[in-house]
Design a protein around this ligand. Sequence first.
Ligand code: SF4
Ligand code: SF4
Length: 361
Amino acid sequence: MNYAKSILFTIFLSLVFIIRANAAIIQLPEHFKITNSPFLDKITSIQDLECKVFLSKQNEIIPVDGTIFKMNGQELIKTKEKLYLLISQTGVIYQLEDKVDSSYTFRRIDNTININYNIASNNFVWDKHIYSYGGYGFWKLNGHLRSFNFLDKEWDIVPANNEIISNGHNWFSKNEGRVYVPFQAIVNAGIVGPESIKGTKNYDSYYLDIASKKWIKLGSMHASTKKLVEEASVKAWDEVNCLECANCCKAMTPTFTKKDLKRIAAFLGMTETEMYNKWLKTDEDNGDIVNQKQPCQFLDKKTNFCSIYEVRPDDCATFPHFKRKPFNDFNHIHEQNIQYCPATLKMVNHLKDTIDAGFDW
Ligand code: SF4
Ligand code: SF4
């Protein structure tokens, strides 16, 4: 009986999922027009430019308000001849159809039914094909290369000699027609336990030669390479004094966990609700509890000291997260922090200098 109930429940969930996915697709426009976009004016005026740009939330182009794609990112891919807009992790693609003065008409060119198997996939154009490599979905990472089929307007898996799974850190080299995967997190077991969710690390490096559709092994990462981050962060901390900076407290907000709230409220002699109402809010985009304002209310602006240092949020205590492991799982965080945190910038520069000096590419 329980087994039958589980099957019925699974069917019910699948139906809800399919209906939601289709409803969302229906809401996306087949065509849309953009006028007065200095960004598009600029990018289309550079004839030879070939690039990929992740659009910030304020600069998104595809009208997704009212659809479930409101929270998805948007990517722009420009080749010499074409301009494409993609909704990240969906397979939805628009192509620039017409440009009259500063008026741009985009047309949707895919028939994709979004099933969210390609979260954080790497999308790119090579030799007039649109490709998408890897991604995450259904509690699994995948190492497939997919190619957009302009005839049936769907994505085809490109057969290859192997399936190499990236942990999210991979890049496409246009000149060589290769996708590089320096290390992997091999997970393909569904939800069994934390280890299978995070993945087993593998430090073998591969590239996919797109023309021959072959994954070629480059070698394995040497143990000393893993120490590079540690050495670069020691050098960075020798050169930066946080008390002369405090930029993270002035320009960013920490995320407060429930434990942080409890600990800090007790320290301040307040209830958690009082503390939340006075200084905090819930980020609409991701549900995180964050500061209402910057600079942080706990920062002494004259001395740059934190007035709740002993009980500060874990996010502050571990910032800028150099020690979180594996380092490369936090690449997106380091990338984002570079613009605020001098220590991160110095650490990345030291890392780059060491790599440039010691490795032949
Ligand atoms: S709690 Fe302290 S360390 Fe954290 S942002 Fe505020 S002032 Fe800075
Ligand atoms: S932004 Fe970086 S360098 Fe500046 S105080 Fe924060 S952790 Fe230190």
